[in-house]
Design a protein around this ligand. Sequence first.
Ligand SMILES: [Zn+2]
Length: 238
Amino acid sequence: MSSILYFSNDNYLLASSYNIEDIDNFINNVNKLLKSDEKVAYLTFDDGPSPSITPKILDILEKENIKATFFVIGKKVEEYPEIVNRAYKEGHYIANHGYSHNNSVLYKNADSFINEIKKTDLTIGNAIGVSNYCSHVFRFPNGFMSNIYKDKKNKYVNLLSDIEYTYIDWNALNKDSEQKYTKEQLLNNLISSSKNKNTLVILMHDTNDVNDSSVVLKDSIDYLKSQGYEFKNFYDLE
Ligand SMILES: [Zn+2]
């Protein structure tokens, strides 16, 4: 973390700026994260920002003093830049989930795949006031592990290193995007999917398409703490 001066709204502001300096080391650490033995939980939120859910999640994380990672959708960042700016300024890692979240656009051809990622970085950079922002971590819509567009994913995944990128899925989830669950069921989904695992990369969503994960976030954090987990975000991987 370093402090920089940036120019905004006709005033020079002193702001915290976080960036990855040792990219090779960072990518290497992301690549082996799911095989790590450390008892650490990485909270990750996909598909935001959304004005109805993301601020509620940020409020809880602030209160709990936990830094998370947000895999944002570029077109939503364009709509709600101030939410991403807040998340960034509060020390959360802003990662890349593509511009459109539309597989037919993402996998149209190699240029389109790269463009979906680069355009998202550009919108993030505009939102947070950082030129040439690169998140270095992509999450494939539906995850790399899913069978959806598998051939295309196998083909285009090789392009990521050319743009100093890697990708990551998850190894635990509360299934908030699958169907309407009660708060207790969401917590139970997290508990059963994280059983006997040390390092957890937990998938949640900061949208309310099916469930609002903010309602179960505090209980999820309390449960993970009770199991001895420490919380980190992707800035801790450099
Ligand atoms: Zn998604």
